[in-house]
Design a protein around this ligand. Structure first.
Ligand code: NAD
Ligand code: GLY
Length: 364
């Protein structure tokens, strides 16, 4: 097992990464105060891992809430089901919520923990690659609104993250690729050496080589933990973690939550950010081709949905959380591993990027 630390003073916490962690009760029990524990999961993950998770918690006053599976259920209504369960059990401020699942379960459970009785503890047990490399770390929690992705939420850090890499064995290939999109993101943001490693080792990741997967998860968590420690509430550098997200969230919102996987939308969004950076003269043709190649080799989409148009993109992108004073702010790149936040790009080139990608998508 490898343990990394998210360094946030009194709110610091460990990220444990390794195999067989769902059989190690001490990891989780040492982070639970009091006796009340609620495990939140969904109807896909419950048959796979709930029993083992409950065994870790033997002896506590345990409740479980099993939510419907899917991004389309990442809503205030679903969040309310967690509150119903907590209140029915008369759970107090000393309770701990355990998120057993992917990013959807982690984000909903974290937000429930942030707001139940003005804040209780929670623990992340991420079971998708995307959740193990990204969503379980850093304390962003929340739900979607029909008009905007992740628009209702709070920053609330977990007590610990337990990433058992064995859980990835039951993940389907499409979900694995969606997680690889976020892994590639770290290379593009500020880790060119990791990007080179990913180019050399992508086929191992795709075939679930355990050493390659462990390395990718550890490096991703290390890169994310460093950024979160520097800027927990996204006053500056943390915004870089949103590379591809302004375009990607527009795709998720525009196509209806759950149609495109989050990682797929981010893949397409990262290529659009790369293309705009290239049109600006900041990102070379070679860097653009390398970005497109690695995303395509990971079986990720690089073209937007044909059901959308440029106006729809701009409309949805205008309600992004990074925007200030109604100006779209994007994460762009001045090379692989050299991302930066900008509202100082040519909007004509943004429109060109959208229309070029959309017409390529139309042509198939
Ligand atoms: P997800 O939570 O929907 O999980 C993907 C699918 O895999 C689901 O059907 C799930 O039930 C299933 N699943 C989960 N673990 C499994 C396992 N071990 N075996 C088999 N099936 C399994 O999607 P995701 O990709 O994990 O997360 C995407 C969500 O995360 C989005 O809502 C996104 O906004 C959010 N996100 C949040 C942050 C953050 O910082 N909080 C960062 C990135 C993404
Ligand atoms: N996934 C973006 C962030 O955690 O800031």
């Amino acid at each position: 097992m490898k343990t990394l630390n998210v360094d946030l003073g009194t709110r610091s916490y460990p990220i444990h990464i390794g195999t067989g962690l769902l059989d190690k009760p001490d990891l989780i029990r040492s982070h639970i105060q009091g006796n009340e524990v609620m495990v939140v999961t969904n109807d896909t993950i419950a048959p796979l891992y709930l029993e083992r998770c409950l065994k870790l918690l033997d002896g506590y006053d345990i409740a479980t809430t099993i939510l419907p599976d899917g991004e389309q259920y990442k809503t205030l209504d679903t969040l309310n089901l967690v509150f119903d369960g907590l209140l029915k059990k008369h759970f107090t401020r000393r309770c701990t919520l355990v998120a057993l699942g992917g990013g959807v379960i982690g984000d909903i459970t974290g937000f429930a923990a942030a707001s139940y009785q003005r804040g209780v503890n929670f623990i992340q047990i991420p079971t998708t690659l995307l959740a193990q490399v990204d969503s379980s770390v850093g304390g962003k929690t929340g739900v979607n609104h029909p008009l905007g992705k992740n628009m209702i939420g709070a920053f609330h850090q977990p007590q610990c993250v337990i990433a058992d890499t064995d859980t990835l064995n039951t993940l389907d290939d499409r979900q694995l690729s969606a997680g690889i999109a976020e892994v590639i993101k770290y290379g593009l943001i500020n880790d060119a050496e990791f990007f080179n490693w990913l180019e050399d080792n992508l086929s191992k990741l795709m075939s679930r080589d355990s050493d390659a997967l462990s390395h990718a998860i550890e490096r991703s968590c290390h890169d994310k933990a460093t950024i979160v420690a520097a800027d927990e509430k996204e006053a500056g550098v943390r915004a870089l973690l949103n590379l591809g997200h302004t375009f990607g969230h527009a795709i998720e919102t525009g196509t209806g939550y759950g149609t495109w996987l989050h990682g797929e939308a981010i893949s397409c969004g990262m290529l659009m950010a790369a293309e705009l950076s290239h049109k600006q003269g900041w990102f070379t043709q070679e860097e653009l081709s390398r970005t497109q190649t690695i995303l395509s080799q990971a079986n990720l989409p690089v073209l937007p949905p044909t059901s959308m148009n440029s106006e729809q993109f701009i409309d949805i992108m205008s309600v992004d959380k990074k925007n200030l004073e109604k100006k779209i702010r994007l994460i762009l790149m001045k090379g692989i591993g050299k991302s930066f936040i900008s509202d100082d790009f040519d909007t004509t080139l943004l429109n060109e990027t959208l229309s070029d990608s959309l017409s390529r998508a139309q042509q198939g």
